[in-house]
Design a protein around this ligand. Structure first.
Ligand code: GLC
Length: 665
């Protein structure tokens, strides 16, 4: 049961796909007005657990911290951060006496104080929002109801479930060919190589630097012969430069965000002075989306959208304020003494409220100040691309994922979780975010494996890969000075085998993904959701159920030789050294210390479940799905639903799900 309540004059985010008539009256929250916003209070019982919020810091149970939905480009992802790149305003309270889900559908800032100010009180503060309240018997049921409200999650082409290599630092065609050759020479699988901003002509969207990439079409075609796709980045900001056709055309049509006076608002991003396409305006969105054509005509079938919080390094207003402060200091001769003030003036330039409050969008015939709709920008930028893909080829799936997002965008693309670091803590964070993202509809997700910033180490790379082989988006991406392509490490065989395991698991992972997307279910489930009657399972945050058959328990600590694993029921431990080299051992319910070598992957097959397993492959195209073996933990025949489409088809995917009956051992 879902009810909708309205507060103020909310923007139509188009997050929901079902129209729900407005309800009036008392909700589960006590409500009070505070500085033009509504504060929604809920007294939590001691045992209540709080879930949701998608891409956010901290645990699966969100209790004990404060979180802000305010899409932010800041790569220092420490534990005390309150906002990240996305806003996923769905929260769920699961208690003994009362459980419910709440979606605060709002384009601006929302604050979730989950027992931070008062350990027993949940307070959500928002302005101008639609509040959807969802009742259900269990966490899984509430999630499924909610997912029905927001529509089917994006499903990428099957090749996008392969492994991809990325680096902000591949400068030219030669660098790309070298990566492909090295993976091949080391006999390691590879399905994608990503192009970061250096492929562009001076960071201009939808252009190619002809000196560095003289013939992108040929490069893309040569790579495709090897079953490798090139995936270029697209940035939100468009370089403000006369003579650059995207800029000239957007100016002529009035499609960029404008200041109060109606002039295009200048922000600084990679290309320096830039403008932002008003993707909330349908005409501007259609125009921006159609720009992807330039690269698709070169043979490109997938993209990643970046800097679309939108992240801005400086804007007209913040720059003017900084210059004013510094000029005043210089004039008064205080520059030397007032180092802090000089520093402050410059430090406050990026992502400033001065700028976010100074430009406007047009949506549904109304003008909105950016600050009121800030969290929708990445969503609508990605929607722009997806709508163009649909127009270009309605029968084909393309790869699209974004850094910033809002609920609703999950129908148009996936996300990666931004600029993490080569920290063990971020490996664990990757694990914990997965179920929260699924609750909010974001199934096609992944973190930058090995870590994006800072120098990684071989053991962290291996442990992180042992988790990464289960994440739908599986990409190694970095910025650090120390190379981290998997072929640079010493124990090449271990990396080769682990990468191969991903491909062996694909018939299972892909089938589970497609079913979860089509049926509004979670792919990664906390044990608490799968085993609600098991007291101990309620607090386990470092193990997850993946799909219907398995549970994972990755190692996430440096120098660990293994880890404790809690089994809520009898399970079969599968220990894999390669997709075709594994052992099986039945373990009783309870706690176990399981040794896990660096070159192994472990997971657990649940009782009365089976899973298909393919032989390791070098890419998705060469996966042999005719000759599957089955991992089984059952003494009776079990039916498994396997998805066998061509990997591209878009419509009616459900009809490619086959029911296979698997006999017991
Ligand atoms: C941003 C992205 C990162 C990318 C970089 C350069 O920091 O998050 O992935 O490599 O920009 O484009």
């Amino acid at each position: 049961m879902i009810k909708r309540y309205r507060y103020g004059a909310p923007v139509n985010t188009e997050a929901a796909v079902i129209q729900i008539a407005e309800s009036k009256g008392q909700t589960v929250f006590s409500e009070r007005e505070c500085e033009g916003k509504t504060a929604f209070g809920y007294e939590m019982e001691k045992e209540d657990r709080v879930y949701g919020l998608g891409e956010q810091m901290r645990g699966i149970n969100k209790r004990g911290w404060i979180y802000e939905s305010w899409n932010t480009d800041d790569p220092i992802l420490t534990e005390t951060r309150v906002s990240l790149y996305t806003s996923h305003n769905f929260i769920m309270v699961i208690g003994k006496n009362r459980s419910f889900g709440a979606f605060f559908d709002c384009g601006g800032k929302v604050v979730f104080d989950v027992g931070y100010t008062d350990p027993d009180v949940l307070t959500v503060t928002a302005r101008d929002c639609n509040l959807y309240l969802i009742e259900g018997e269990s966490a899984l049921e509430i999630v499924q109801e909610f997912r029905g409200l927001i529509g089917t999650s994006y499903i990428p082409p099957k090749w996008a479930f392969g492994f991809g290599q990325s680096h902000w630092g591949y400068l030219n065609e030669g660098d790309i060919r070298t990566v492909a050759e090295n993976y091949k020479a080391c006999d390691m699988p590879l399905d994608m190589i990503y192009l970061d901003i250096d492929y562009m002509e001076r960071f201009q969207d939808f252009t190619v630097d002809k000196k560095a990439f003289p013939d992108l079409k040929k490069l893309a075609a040569d790579m495709k012969k090897e079953n490798i796709r090139l995936i270029p980045i697209i940035d939100a900001a468009v370089k403000a430069e006369k003579g650059y056709s995207v800029y000239d055309e957007g100016i002529e049509k009035g499609y960029f965000c404008k200041n109060q006076k109606g002039e295009p608002y200048i922000v600084g991003v990679w290309p320096q002075d830039s403008v932002l396409p008003d993707v909330l305006n349908p005409a501007a969105r259609k125009w921006f989306g159609s720009q992807y054509k330039v690269l698709m005509d070169e043979g490109i079938e997938g993209f990643w959208n970046d800097m679309n919080e939108p992240g801005i390094f400086y804007g007209e207003e913040s720059m003017a304020a900084a210059v004013k402060t510094i000029e005043a200091l210089v004039a008064s001769g205080r520059t030397k003494k007032d180092f802090a003030e000089v520093q402050g003036a410059v430090f406050n330039l990026p992502n400033s409220m001065l700028d976010y409050g100074a430009f406007y969008h047009e949506k549904d015939g109304k003008r909105y100040c950016h600050a009121e709709v800030h969290n929708l920008f990445g969503y609508y930028m990605t929607r722009a691309a997806a709508e163009y893909f649909e127009e270009r080829d309605p029968d084909k799936r393309f790869l699209m994922f974004s850094r910033s997002s809002y609920i609703g965008m999950h129908r148009y693309g996936g996300i990666w979780t931004g600029d993490n670091a080569a920290w063990w803590a971020h490996l664990l964070l990757n694990l914990k975010m997965l179920p929260s993202l699924d609750m909010c509809g974001f199934l096609f997700t992944g973190a930058d494996l090995c870590g994006f910033g800072q120098n990684t180490t071989e053991d962290l790379a291996l442990r992180w890969l042992a988790l990464g082989i289960f994440t739908p988006l599986m990409r190694n991406h970095y910025n650090a000075s120390r190379p981290q392509e998997y072929y640079v490490f010493k124990n090449k065989e271990a990396f080769r085998n682990l990468l191969g395991i991903r491909y062996s698991l694909l018939p299972y992972l892909y089938s589970e993904f497609v079913k979860s997307a089509l049926r509004g279910q979670m792919l990664f489930k906390p044990l608490a959701f799968e085993y609600p009657q098991d007291g101990r399972a309620q607090t386990v945050e470092d193990q997850l159920c993946v799909g219907e058959s398995i549970m994972i328990a990755p190692v996430y600590e440096q120098n660990a030789k293994g880890r404790y694993v809690y089994l809520p029921e009898e399970m079969k431990l599968i220990r894999m050294r390669a997709g075709d080299r594994y052992t099986q051992e039945v373990l009783p319910q309870g706690s176990h210390y399981i040794e896990v070598a660096l070159d192994e992957v472990i997971f657990f097959l649940r009782k009365n479940r089976v899973m298909p397993l393919a032989r390791p492959a070098k890419n998705v195209a060469s996966l042999d799905e005719k000759n599957l073996t089955w991992l089984k933990f059952t003494d009776r025949p079990v039916t498994y639903e396997i998805c066998r489409d061509d990997g591209f088809v878009k419509k009616n995917l459900e009809r490619y799900i086959e029911r296979v009956t698997v006999n017991s051992d």
